[in-house]
Design a protein around this ligand. Structure first.
Ligand code: GUN
Ligand code: ZN
Length: 430
């Protein structure tokens, strides 16, 4: 038995207003009791707890559910900061070149190890990741996640056109390799395989039909892809699929939409496309650092939200420029400011934790600090840097503190990251 002592914050519902105090539970001197990787009790520190428990005192820091990143590309660690213009140039000039290196299993293993180090360093305990087209990248990804006992969603990208030959599969090999990946990894430990057609542009009709067949065969799996990120991309997708009405219509006609479908970007959606996402309960994944860095556009959060579209927030590294969910929400806040929209601090922290867990249909296991949940936890220091510490002197509400963490925080604010109750950040190589 282990007890984490500190200021515990966990959400119970989506905050409806800036001061929606009913949306979260906050315990000033809280105790999170952990046994066998699970949370067994949460409450005031003063109170009943096992006399033999080991107490880890994190006061005065905040104890939150581990951050969740529902859209990230693990083979793009070495593409971050590539000096490209827009999406298609960024993909063709840098990303598709880089991802070819993952044909080499040793390279994939090295990067996978560094990838999980980085997630832990930034307080992220679960992610939905795109691997490269190569099955060995999937093995490296899930193998490394398994070593660290991390709950990960991932899959090999299926892509059979409009990319270099070294990065293309075929409709049949994409199907076979995906199926083999599912059989090898899905449900092993905490691994969840995601069917991953990269995006309509890099798949032929035959491959989209294979993705549809896989989705039918494995209806419980996540599906992840990209849609409506960039205007030139949208025009090209519509040209390649002339009789599909619009970009979302492509995935719709191949029956790839649904509550477990994670759609990266969703920036330039038409009214009809938004309605289809809403009706199918598909998830629009807002990736602000990427959308700004690649110049893709400003996600219309309020419009999607008002139409009932489920929204997640994610880094999209390496189009995204930070592994930090704090940096991500900070940029998300600014994107919304440019649209005249407001993102409250409570809603931001809801998104990083319970909101993203719900978007990934994983809320029964992660995303909150409550008895029975898996003990994936992040500990945050709001005075992590000299300037944050100085600013903290003038902070007097929890919301102000969260907003400071989001605005100025990054991996330096992450004191510790627990995975299944084990401290992982302090165990990283320096
Ligand atoms: N669309 C298709 N592939 C990608 C990718 O790797 N990153 C981003 N941002 N968009 C994509
Ligand atoms: Zn992406």
């Amino acid at each position: 038995m282990k007890i984490l002592r500190g200021r515990v914050l966990t959400f119970v519902s989506e905050p409806q207003a800036r001061d929606d105090h009913g949306s979260y539970r906050y315990i000033e001197d809280g105790a999170v009791e952990i046994e066998n990787g699970r949370i067994v009790r949460v409450g005031a520190f003063e109170g009943a707890h096992a006399p033999d428990a080991r107490i880890i005192d994190h006061r005065p820091h905040l104890i939150l559910p581990g951050f969740i990143d529902p859209h990230i590309h693990f083979p793009q660690m070495q593409v971050i900061g590539a000096y490209a213009g827009a999406l298609l140039e960024w993909l063709n000039t840098y990303t598709f070149v880089e991802e070819q290196r993952f044909a080499d299993g040793a390279h994939a293993e090295r990067i996978a190890s560094r990838f999980f180090d980085e997630l832990i360093r930034h307080g992220t305990t679960t992610a939905a990741a795109y691997c490269s087209v190569h099955p060995q990248s999937v093995d490296a990804f899930f193998g490394e996640a398994e070593k660290r006992e991390m709950l990960m969603v991932g899959g090999k990208v299926m892509m059979d056109r409009n990319a270099p030959p070294g990065l293309c599969d075929t409709p049949q090999s994409g199907y076979d390799d995906t199926k083999a990946g599912i059989e090898k990894w899905h449900g092993r430990g905490r691994a969840h395989y995601a069917i991953t057609p990269r995006f309509a542009i890099t798949s032929t009709h035959e491959q989209m039909a294979m993705a549809e067949a896989l989705a039918k065969e494995f209806p419980d799996l996540h599906i992840q892809t990209h849609v409506s990120e960039n205007l030139a991309e949208i025009a090209y997708a519509n040209e390649l699929y002339p009789n599909f009405g619009d970009y979302v219509g492509i995935y719709e006609k191949y029956h790839l939409l649904g509550p477990k479908t994670l759609l990266g970007h969703c920036i330039h959606l038409t009214h009809r496309e938004t309605e289809v996402l809403s009706e199918t309960k598909s998830v629009a994944v807002f990736c602000p650092t990427s959308n700004l860095f690649i110049g893709s556009g400003l996600f219309d959060y309020d419009r999607q939200h008002e139409r009932g579209v489920r929204i997640a927030t994610a880094t999209d590294v390496g189009g995204g420029s930070s592994y930090s969910m704090l940096r991500t929400m900070d940029e998300g806040y600014k994107v919304m400011q440019l649209r005249g929209q407001r993102l409250t601090p409570l809603r931001s922290f809801y998104h990083m934790t319970l909101g993203n867990a719900r978007a990934m249909s994983l809320e029964d296991r992660i995303g909150s600090i409550a008895p029975g949940m898996e003990a994936d936890i992040v500990v945050l220091n709001s005075g992590a840097t000299p300037q944050m510490k100085l600013r903290m002197e003038t902070v007097d509400t929890l919301e102000q503190e969260l907003f400071l963490l989001q605005t100025c925080g990054d991996d330096r604010a992450v004191v510790e990251t627990y995975v299944m109750g084990k401290p992982m950040k302090s165990a990283l190589p320096a």
